[in-house]
Ligand binder design. Structure first.
Ligand SMILES: NC(=O)C[C@H](N)C(=O)O
Length: 320
């Protein structure tokens, strides 16, 4: 049976071109990917130009708008959705879409590191690879996927690791869940569980701080009008002791403080019992995450705080 795929374009380098005189890379009005669709037989496509923005211009509101649009459009009988997106915040959009995605339809997000007229432009290839993945029967039920550079990643795990290399998207510690070859789409792993939440608004102001040697409470005490704080902690989830009073003040005001590791891989744990160590932070009410990076933990807290402000319930949501 012929499958139908919805193609939603949001902008990013995949929709940009380079001015050959100045070297400036900017959005174009024409969709440079249109002509590529002839590469795929036996499927029908509907294009929707939702935004044409670089991904640093994406906000939780525009991401939610995208999620709502997908939900609405999936009722029209599409078999899957491919989204083109800038790579800078692609992992945040993909993860938010994943948390809010309630059906088994494949949703595949892709982008490019080189604009449409640059030598070795990767956009058209990634676009076709993403469509082929969305057309695969095995992609059903896997949640939101990210496809670039011949690899298929789960939205929850993937992160941009290099500023310019086309092999930038990786899933630290877990690896991709599949590969794209010339002839086949091959899945070799499956996400063990999917989470699903309902959020009709994303209203909270959540900030991310990175820990460093010698950090104290001053930056925590500067925070005003915040609803939640993500801290990229040291190692397995430890902080300099001078940060503890500032953290305790935030928690006593009911503001969740969520811990991730600033390390590329690994999970925060309440192991160390010294001042500022993970065990002491946990006792103080700090919420520990389960392998998310800082930007993903922020997306999850944004969604979770639409459901509850209770610190214990938030910890339970982060234990999932
Ligand atoms: N490669 C890219 O797409 C980067 C671009 N700045 C963006 O995220 O929109």
């Amino acid at each position: 049976m012929t499958k139908s795929i919805l193609l939603i374009h949001t902008g990013g380098t995949i929709a940009m071109s380079e001015d050959k005189t100045t070297g400036e890379v900017k959005p174009t009005d024409e969709n440079p990917l249109q002509s590529m669709l002839t590469e795929i037989d036996g499927a029908t496509f509907t294009n929707k130009a939702m935004f044409n923005i670089p991904s640093p211009h994406m906000t939780p509101e525009t991401m939610l708008q995208l999620s709502n649009e997908i939900k609405k459009e999936l009722q029209n009988g599409y078999d899957g959705v491919v989204i083109t997106h800038g790579t800078d915040t692609l992992e945040e959009t993909a993860y938010l879409l994943d948390l809010l995605h309630e059906t088994d339809h494949p949703i595949v997000v892709t982008g490019a590191m080189r604009s449409s007229n640059e030598l070795g432009s990767d956009g058209p290839y990634n676009f076709i690879a993403a469509i082929r993945t969305a057309l695969s029967d095995q992609a059903r039920g896997l949640g939101v996927l990210v496809v670039l550079n011949d690899e298929i990643h789960a939205a929850k795990n993937v992160t941009k690791t290099h500023a310019s290399n086309i092999a930038t998207f990786q899933s630290p510690q877990y690896g991709p869940i599949g590969i794209v070859t010339k002839g086949r789409i091959i899945f070799h792993h499956q996400p063990v569980k999917r989470e699903h939440y309902i959020a009709s608004t994303l209203t909270k102001n959540i900030v991310i701080l990175k820990a460093y040697a010698g950090m104290d409470s001053s930056v925590l005490r500067c925070l005003s009008h915040v609803d939640g704080v993500i801290i990229e902690a040291l190692g397995q989830g430890n902080l300099p002791p001078e940060t503890v009073p500032g953290i305790e003040e935030l928690i006593s005001r009911g503001i969740p403080v969520v811990l991730v590791s600033r390390c590329f891989s690994g999970i925060v744990q309440d192991v160390y019992g010294y001042a500022g160590g993970g065990r002491k932070l946990k006792e103080a009410g700090v919420i520990f995450t389960n392998g998310l990076n800082g930007q993903k933990a922020r997306i999850k807290l944004l969604v979770a705080m639409e459901l509850t402000n209770n610190l214990k319930e938030l910890q339970q949501l982060f234990d999932r």
